[in-house]
Design a protein around this ligand. Structure first.
Ligand code: BTN
Length: 243
């Protein structure tokens, strides 16, 4: 453990609508530095209002933190994705990679998604919702070709609690860099785990589709693409695909 480690209080549930919603409820009551875990979710949420498949066998967890400065919270999504990739590598030896901005992939299939949300009232809060596919044997037709789980990859059941503990430990270690504003270090670690960095990618954003090489992440965690005409395009939000 490092000196700046967060001291979390744990809340465990059998079923919730969504761990992120529960975290918002607790944030409104002034609680923070806590982790909410549930065995399944009735309405698991993904980015852009998408649904997150949340049946038994997955890890559904939200880390709720009080944050002075909401400008840098995108780094928390990065460190959460690195923490998950590192944990999967340690536990399984699978080559887990992070995908900008919030996914972890194995063999190009999604094994983890992260939904970071903020709440501002008298204080600022950040909730980092982490979904990891662990013991699910299969997924809905809609996502069957895009999603995977540890069970599908290795044909073995894993202890979800142990995996959550490993992820939290890794998150805590990386949080040290966030806490000391060492954002460069976070970006450098992210690059080592990245599935995207240095690759030719297609970015689908609200303003259009862009194809180019992922050459960097800027200070605000935006993805920088070098387009074919040499111009650098900043991707703030969207979905990316390796082409
Ligand atoms: C995405 O890939 O679009 C993000 C998915 C995030 C899913 C997790 S599961 C725990 C937490 N609770 C939710 O409702 N969503 C996040």
């Amino acid at each position: 453990m490092n000196n700046n480690a967060l001291d979390f209080k744990f809340y465990n549930f059998k079923i919730l609508t969504s761990t992120n919603d529960k975290a918002k409820e607790l944030a409104k009551k002034g609680k923070y530095n806590l982790i909410i875990i549930t065995k399944k979710q009735k309405k698991g949420k993904g980015r852009f209002g998408r649904k997150w498949s949340s049946g038994l066998g997955g890890l559904y967890m939200t880390i709720l933190l009080k944050e002075k400065n909401l400008d840098k919270v995108r780094y928390l999504t990065l460190i959460a994705s690195i923490a998950v990739a590192k944990s999967i590598r340690k536990i399984t030896k699978l080559n887990a990679l992070v995908k900008w901005p919030n996914d972890v992939l194995i063999d190009n299939k999604k094994i983890c998604g992260i939904l970071t949300e903020t709440v501002s009232n008298a204080n600022n809060y950040t909730l980092i919702g982490i979904g990891v596919n662990i013991n699910q044997k299969k997924f809905d037709k809609k996502i069957i070709n895009k999603a995977t789980s540890l069970k599908i990859e290795i044909n073995k059941n894993y202890n979800i609690k142990n995996i959550s503990k490993t992820i939290i430990k890794e998150f805590n270690n990386l949080y040290n860099y966030y806490n000391t504003k060492n954002y460069k270090k976070i970006i450098n670690i992210w690059k080592k785990y990245s599935h995207t960095f240095g690759k030719e990618i297609k970015a689908k954003t609200l303003s259009g589709v862009y194809i180019g090489k992922a050459v960097n992440i800027d200070d605000n965690c935006n993805l920088m693409l070098r387009l074919n005409n040499g111009r650098i395009k900043k991707i703030v939000e969207g979905d990316i695909f390796v082409v």
